[in-house]
Design a protein. Structure first.
Length: 111
């Protein structure tokens, strides 16, 4: 994968973050699967482990990934944020009913 290493470009970790995020959103890395290891990402992008960790940590902070503890566990895709947001759009009435509340409509008349 080609990164823009010119002087005026975005930092490399942000470019990598954007590439990984694009792959998550487009289901190249499906929810529940693991992304490539840090070593594999280093080789793919030709950057240091620190740069890869910065990019991955950004996606962890956004809630797209979760780092599994322990050797060889990997980093798991938690959600495809855009698809999740689109699939969870609910009306006010639906949200209130889910909380066990009953909506009552009253008409106020002012004279």
């Amino acid at each position: 994968m080609v990164l823009d290493r010119s002087k005026d470009s975005k930092p490399l970790y942000l470019q990598i973050k954007d590439i990984l995020k694009h792959k998550i959103i487009n289901n190249e890395y499906a929810v529940g699967s693991t992304i490539p290891s840090e070593n594999e990402l280093e080789d793919m992008f030709g950057v240091s482990r620190m740069t890869i960790r910065q990019a991955v940590n950004e996606l962890v902070n956004e809630g797209l990934l979760r780092k599994e503890r322990g050797r060889g566990k990997g980093t798991v895709v938690l959600s495809n944020a855009i698809a999740d947001k689109l699939s969870t759009v609910k009306s006010f009435t639906q949200k209130m009913q889910e909380q066990g509340l009953v909506l009552k409509i009253s008409k106020l008349i002012f004279h």
